[in-house]
Design a protein around this ligand. Structure first.
Ligand SMILES: *[C@@H]1O[C@H](CO)[C@@H](O)[C@H](O)[C@H]1NC(C)=O
Length: 579
């Protein structure tokens, strides 16, 4: 097998602090926003929430052999956010004003692009090919609406030295989409120099919070929805806020979720091979900006840290308890006698075979998926290496302890990538060499034909959790869309579970439909039937929920997570009073 080097890309450098230094006009604008908060009037902003129109404008065209992929990726991003995010549009078009700074150091906005745009957020996209840079892409907002503080123009730079590597399989293409998604989210306002400008979109008021600084430089961002959701997910009622990355300095620290806590979330600070998740944490912070609301959807489900409590959230691997999220015996690259092979295991979410290591973004080592052993990437099947092993690679493959190689001298490393399937009741089956093995019983060891195979394998401990959190779409949406919570958001013209069907009309979820069904609203920009607001059961408009799902309560036409802890406390007090 080829030598596998550990490396990571800083996906971005939210460009924020950097841009701040270079961009006096932005600083001034931010300052003005802070000072004039009370004078804000929202006259030029429509009162209704509508699907966001993001526009990408090339400052330089991508390399000829990569332009097609870049175009499709950008089309997917536009459709994805148009389908999931609502914004209060300005009346009229966006106008590049002559007073705006044009020289942003990294990009100069050419005169030809200083015009009006019929959209809600415009990114100027530049290209570079820099083998020495650590980042794949970078982006940040540069011009903000003076009334609301919402970003209206942003810059994005794609480093094609790395972007070009994301070609070939569906899994690689998906990684390219993830990079641009991640950067777009920074451009939408997830950067640390904007936290002070976030507003409650209902009241129009700035939140009353201070960012909490932990002793170890990590910060906890206490915006309301992010904090609520973190409390619920981790099962820790008194956490202060969403913890941000403290590693890697300018560009990474502060503007990303902490890797040890949020692990493979899309908005952590570096790419991680294996399965990257777009979770509700990201939607929560986007809503917390006050600039956006979210439409009905299912997000990717995160198992990392789920219900592990305050101790996990605060201590991670420094706790006296051990958490299976982390591993204890990391590979030491500086020790010549050490061998990666002695540190292997399945990754936490079982999507690949990893080795125990500290990836540079965490102090806590975990099983980092070796790129060539990422079970989800079909490209990883090398007939010579995996001959006789019964390994299977693709979106429907997972890491399993043990193996079932044919009898003979074939590769065996103690872990395998095997095909799996989940039925409607979340019962897991493992499929090897055409035979289906029942794995609904966690930790069981299925019997096998020992005339044909060696070793044997063990079912994962938590088969039902794995099935419930299955975030995969067939063939990663076939380079025509992005998979969220097991559903592809396809570019216009396609529909189906894997964007595999042609569709010239609207799409309702995975279906191709002539007219949109009840509780959804036709949107001609994305060609999607967009549902009620997120977590809403019935609504009268895209931005008017009339009844929320049980877990949520209605606040100003949208659904907010119920505050469980507070409810408990209040009912206790009520009980005392009654007594
Ligand atoms: C925003 O303000 C409204 C009205 O004052 C209030 O009811 C709501 O709880 C606030 N929302 C958040 C998330 O702080």
């Amino acid at each position: 097998m080829k030598h596998l080097l550990l490396f990571y890309f800083t996906i971005c450098f939210a460009a924020s602090q950097d841009l701040n230094i270079k961009l006096p006009s932005q600083m001034k604008l931010l300052q003005k926003l802070r000072e004039n908060r009370r004078d804000r009037n929202l006259e030029d902003i429509k009162t209704s929430w509508e699907p966001i129109r993001i526009h990408f404008e090339y400052v330089e065209t991508p390399p000829a052999d990569y332009i097609q992929q870049t175009e499709t990726v950008l089309e997917i991003i536009k459709t994805f956010f148009g389908r999931h995010l609502l914004v209060k549009r300005q009346t009229g078009s966006l106008e590049w004003k002559s007073t705006y700074e044009t020289d942003w150091g990294l990009i100069i906005v050419p005169a030809s692009l200083q015009k009006s745009y019929d959209s809600d957020l415009v990114f100027f996209v530049a290209q570079e090919t820099d083998a020495d840079a650590e980042y794949v892409a970078r982006a940040g907002p540069v011009i903000f609406d003076e009334k609301t503080g919402r970003p209206i123009f942003g810059l994005m730079i794609l480093n094609n030295h790395y972007m070009l590597e994301f070609q070939g399989t569906n899994a690689k293409f998906e990684a390219a989409v993830q990079v641009v998604l991640h950067e777009t989210i920074h451009g939408l306002g997830f950067t640390n120099n904007l936290y002070d400008n976030y507003i409650n979109s209902t009241s129009g008021q700035k939140y009353d919070f201070t960012v909490y600084q932990r002793v170890n430089q990590q910060i906890d961002l206490p915006t309301p929805r992010l904090t609520q959701l973190a409390r619920k997910h981790f099962g820790c009622c008194d956490l202060f806020g969403g913890t941000m990355e403290d590693q890697n300095g300018r560009g990474t620290a502060g503007s990303h979720f902490e890797r040890s806590i949020f692990h493979n979330d899309l908005m952590t600070g570096s790419m991680i091979s294996g399965n990257t998740l777009f979770t509700d944490f990201t939607f929560a912070i986007l809503e917390d900006t006050g600039f956006y609301r979210v439409t009905k959807h299912a997000s990717d489900v995160q198992l990392w840290g789920l219900d592990k409590g305050c101790d996990f959230y605060q201590q991670q691997c420094y706790s006296d308890s051990t958490y299976e999220e982390f591993c204890e015996n990391p590979y030491d690259p500086s020790d010549e006698k050490d061998n990666v092979a002695n540190h292997l295991s399945c990754s936490y979410a079982q999507t690949g075979i990893g080795f125990c290591v500290n990836d540079g973004l965490v102090e806590c080592p975990y099983y980092y998926i070796i790129e060539d052993l990422d079970c989800r990437d079909a490209d990883n099947y090398d007939a010579k290496v995996f001959q006789g092993t019964n390994f299977h690679f693709g979106y429907d493959s997972m890491c399993i302890r043990g193996g079932l190689p044919k009898k003979g001298d074939y590769l065996y490393i103690g872990f395998s990538c095997f095909q799996y399937s989940c039925d409607e009741d979340h019962q897991l089956s493992i499929i090897v060499d055409g035979t289906t093995y029942d794995c609904s019983d966690g930790g069981s060891i299925p019997s096998f034909d020992d005339n044909k195979y060696l070793y044997g394998f063990m079912c994962p401990d938590n088969p039902e959790d794995i099935c419930q959190s299955k975030n995969e779409c067939p063939n990663q949406c076939n380079k025509k869309g992005y998979c969220l919570g097991g559903v592809c958001t396809c570019i216009p013209g396609y529909a189906g579970r894997a964007c595999e069907k042609a569709c010239t009309t609207y799409r309702d979820g995975i279906e191709c439909v002539q007219t949109c069904p009840a509780n959804t609203f036709a949107n001609d920009l994305t060609m999607y039937c967009i549902g009620c607001p997120a977590n809403c059961a019935t609504c009268s408009a895209l931005d008017v929920c009339t009844l929320c799902e049980d877990t949520h309560e209605l606040v100003a036409g949208f659904c907010e997570l119920r505050v469980y802890s507070l409810m408990l406390v209040t009912s206790f007090i009520a009980l005392f009073l009654a007594l």
